[in-house]
Design a protein around this ligand. Structure first.
Ligand code: AMP
Length: 509
């Protein structure tokens, strides 16, 4: 298939606001693809590519469009092969060769194709919202039930291979995507609520399950008999770093299990160590035994995804938690269930008084939505925080001379594309953070002027603030009041940052 067909569909999908029409446009395109084109096209339409990144700098990409072809001739497979060649080019002079390959391809593209490709490579077409529409399109094109497609995608952690299997082999192909021991699933993520009242109202069921929100490391533990593997939030095997967690899981009743929880280091008085201190346990090349006695880790389990051959993902939260309660003993997360905002407020106070971050409010009837930042889990903290993306930084003065200090903070706008600026801050930064951010930001520099270094929108930072104000200063129309840096979220990618739509919702706009 020609790239032009994909570009045209992408344009028409973004131009219509009618969901069914989007589904229909995508389904028709999917049905015309050859098997080897399916994964490539599904990724392009979601704004990503098989190769991830192709190693061509932002500035080169921005200026890459040149004279265009009159008629379309680029094939999908050719474009993918070019990306692959670019990625595989290495050694001296590779930067030039890469950009030559890019220019050769672009010179054969029409203007619309050039724009599409450049925006694709700059990450500007990335659209989380499209995934849901794509799921429906896949169901429609293949005749499979949407729910089954959603489950498979959730468990595969990626829509593209599921799309290919489904369109090539039909619904029966989905059986291969089921929960299996030692194949970790994407963790379920949480949305944000302003306060307990809003959380209860948003969950909308009367009763909600409330749990302490602990500030440690998310882990998913798979156990079969005595075999235990601990996976990190990004699904890396971190078993060797936390032997005490392995021992604790071995001691639980039951045989085969998949647990979801948070591990953290507690001080002798029972209060949590700061997040950065807990995370030292996951550093490289550590003496695990020494670290274990200095910073022992305690696990707290809050979910159970699998028990003795049975998959629990589709069970309601209340049932999963009840089953978990029977086996987790003292390692069960502190929790309560209530429909009363006042009681929920007291529970939040309890958590904060014990040094924790806040609480999680969970819908008791919700299934486990792996990988999804849904509205079934809502975090409530006292100080409001958002995970923002650094767009630029200004050089510091006085004591901070020589360091990049004042950060320009943005959020992805998933509706319009691009980023919305929400303010600047140099507050809350320790010397260690200043040194770190200067080094990291310079690595992703795009350009600079006398005061400011502009960077690729990649680094995620957690910002605490008091209020979202309506402000004429930025095109977004909103700005954060008293923004201060809480910490860097190196565990998050830009795609996992908060969005402008969340900020608008918090602002009541
Ligand atoms: P955030 O990373 O700020 O989006 O918040 C979600 C994270 O909170 C999860 O990934 C967990 O690591 C952590 N967390 C702490 N306590 C809980 C809990 N009771 N339920 C779910 N997640 C929790």
């Amino acid at each position: 298939m020609l790239l032009a067909a994909v570009v045209e569909t992408s344009r028409r999908v973004s131009e219509t606001s009618r969901r069914l029409e989007k589904v229909d446009l995508l389904a028709r395109l999917l049905l015309e693809l050859r098997p080897e084109e399916i994964e490539i096209v599904v990724r392009f339409l979601a704004g990503s590519i098989r190769q991830g990144r192709i190693g061509i700098g932002y500035a080169t990409l921005r200026d890459a469009q040149g004279s265009a072809a009159e008629t379309p001739s680029l094939e999908i497979a050719e474009v993918d092969r070019t990306f692959q060649s670019i990625v595989e080019t290495s050694g001296s002079g590779s930067q030039r060769q890469r950009s030559q390959l890019l220019h050769q391809m672009l010179s054969r593209a029409t203007q619309a194709e050039q724009q599409f490709l450049v925006r694709l490579l700059m990450g500007e077409l990335r659209q989380g919202a499209l995934e849901a529409v794509m799921l429906e399109a896949l169901a429609k094109a293949s005749g499979a039930a949407v729910e089954r497609v959603r489950r498979a995608v959730m468990l595969a952690g990626d829509i593209a291979p599921v799309a290919r299997a489904l369109l090539e082999q039909g619904e029966a192909a989905l059986a291969q995507y089921d929960v299996q021991l030692f194949r970790p699933v994407q963790p379920m993520l949480a949305g944000t609520a302003d306060d307990v009242g809003e959380a209860l109202a948003d969950l909308g069921l009367g009763e909600a399950a409330l749990e302490f929100k602990l500030d440690g490391a998310r882990v998913q533990v798979h156990r079969s008999g005595d075999d235990v593997v601990v996976y990190s939030r990004s699904l890396n095997d971190v078993t060797a770093a936390v032997p005490e967690v392995v021992e604790a899981v071995r001691a639980l009743p039951g045989k085969d299990l998949i647990l979801d929880g948070e591990v953290l280091s507690l001080q002798p008085n029972g209060r949590p160590q700061p997040f950065q201190v807990t995370m030292r346990r996951f550093g490289r090349k550590l003496d695990v035994h020494r670290m274990r006695s200095e910073l022992p880790m305690t696990p707290f389990w809050f979910d159970l995804l699998y028990l003795n051959g049975g998959n629990l993902l589709d069970e309601p939260q209340s049932r999963r938690f009840a089953t978990l309660s029977e086996i987790a003993g003292a390692s069960l997360i502190p929790h309560t269930t209530t429909s009363n905002a006042e009681r929920a407020g007291e529970f939040l106070e309890q958590s904060l008084n014990r040094g924790h971050e806040g609480i999680m409010a969970k819908a008791i009837d919700a299934r486990y939505a792996a990988g999804a930042r849904g509205q079934s889990w809502l975090k409530v903290k006292r100080a409001r925080t958002l995970d923002l993306i650094i767009l630029a930084a200004e050089w510091g003065h006085g004591r901070r001379h020589g360091w990049l200090s004042n950060l320009h903070l943005g959020v992805p706008d998933v509706e319009k594309g691009g980023f919305a600026m929400l303010g600047k801050t140099f507050k809350g930064l320790t010397d260690e953070m200043l040194a770190w951010q200067t080094q990291e930001l310079l690595k992703i520099e795009i350009s600079r002027d006398s005061y400011t270094v502009y960077v690729e929108p990649k680094l995620v930072v957690e910002i605490a603030f008091n209020e979202i104000q309506v402000s004429p200063r930025y095109p977004s129309g909103l700005a954060l009041r008293f923004a201060r840096v809480k910490r860097y979220r190196t565990d998050k990618t830009a795609a996992q940052a908060d969005t402008f739509q969340t900020v608008q919702r918090l602002a009541g706009a």
